[in-house]
Design a protein around this ligand. Structure first.
Ligand SMILES: Cc1ncc(C[n+]2csc(CCOP(=O)(O)OP(=O)(O)O)c2C)c(N)n1
Ligand code: SF4
Length: 298
């Protein structure tokens, strides 16, 4: 991990004035991942909040070339760019696909799984704000149990979040990582590492969203940190099959100081209708996953 902030690339690829909401976790993460990826990168993004952040043609707030694609086709779009670059003998450019959880866990999974099985040489990034935010907070398979969304407005979501990292790991990827907008140095380091590796790499980013998660914009980093400190979101990486905790999650394992999940939930209006039974179930789900990770790290 870059132990000092001054090791982070000082160039800015997100220009002043973009169209994301105040306090957007995605915009924070994006700024740092672009710094890690640097100039020789081509992005492709589907319909999502990220398209909105990039801006309306003919202007853009992002200083890296980007191909917009349809909602389900992010990995197919990346595969096409890779094929085009190969035909031109360009080996100096990293192709990076960036999609929301809807564009990854749900509608984008077919193209992603196909590309990952072929080992196509690109980085796929899922920024996980746990719902379809661009269209008004509909539930996705990444939405946690107990969350209110506009499609789970009464009873809250009844199912646990899909384990996308496990699904992607089953593709035997050379590099897979989970990181958070609230831990930019952990995030930066993982993108620097991923850029040096060939084949399909998958990185998932926890990206808190003030309007969708219903909390004040100033609390994005606090909420993102609590997600990690309660273990509902875990910082780790798997390189060539070897699992390791990173950053704050590593410290939590060493100190045994993980917080109860209620500390994270109680700060977000989306959980205000959660039942005690759901809370107990969610805590058990978090504990089970956490213990699985701890066993793997041993
Ligand atoms: C085939 C298709 N269905 C629906 C849409 C409408 N649509 C655009 S963005 C979006 C939600 C994207 O959600 P997610 O991928 O989670 O990204 P976020 O908006 O949270 O950034 C939807 C449903 C579309 N563009 N194409
Ligand atoms: S809705 Fe959420 S993810 Fe989308 S731009 Fe706003 S804060 Fe960011």
């Amino acid at each position: 991990m870059p132990d000092k902030l001054f090791k982070v690339n000082r160039e800015e690829y997100m220009l002043p004035g973009n169209r994301s909401c105040q306090g957007c976790g995605l915009s924070l993460a994006y700024r740092y991942l672009l710094k890690a990826l640097r100039e020789n990168t081509i992005l492709t993004i589907p319909a999502s909040c990220l398209t909105v952040l990039h801006g309306l043609y003919p202007t853009t707030s992002v200083a890296i070339p980007c191909l917009n694609c349809t909602f389900p086709s992010t990995a197919a779009s990346a595969s096409g760019i890779v094929a085009g670059l190969n035909a031109l003998n360009r080996t100096d450019i990293t192709v990076v696909a960036v999609a929301g959880d809807g564009g990854t866990y749900d509608i984008g999974i077919q193209a992603l799984s196909g590309a990952a099985e072929r080992g196509t040489d690109f980085i796929f990034v899922c920024y996980d704000n746990e719902a379809y935010m661009n269209t008004g907070t509909q539930r996705s398979s990444a939405t946690p149990m107990g969350a209110l969304t506009t499609t789970t407005p009464i009873l809250t979501k009844q199912q646990n979040k899909k384990d996308m990292l496990k699904i992607m790991e089953a593709h035997d990827l050379p590099y897979l990582a989970s990181t958070s907008a609230a831990f930019p140095l952990d995030l930066y380091d993982k993108f620097v590492r991923a850029k040096r590796i060939k084949g399909t790499r998958y990185i998932e980013i926890s990206a808190p969203c003030p309007p969708g998660w219903i909390y004040p914009p100033k609390d994005t980093v606090k909420i993102g940190r609590l997600a990690v400190e309660t273990g509902i979101f875990v910082l780790f990486e798997i390189e060539d099959g070897k699992f390791r905790f990173t950053g704050r999650s590593k410290t939590l394992v060493e100190k045994g100081s993980r917080l109860p999940v209620i500390n994270y939930l109680e700060r977000q209006g989306r959980f205000r209708k959660m039942s005690i039974e759901q809370l107990t179930q969610l805590q058990k789900w978090v504990d089970t996953k956490w213990n699985e990770y701890v066993r793997r790290a041993e």
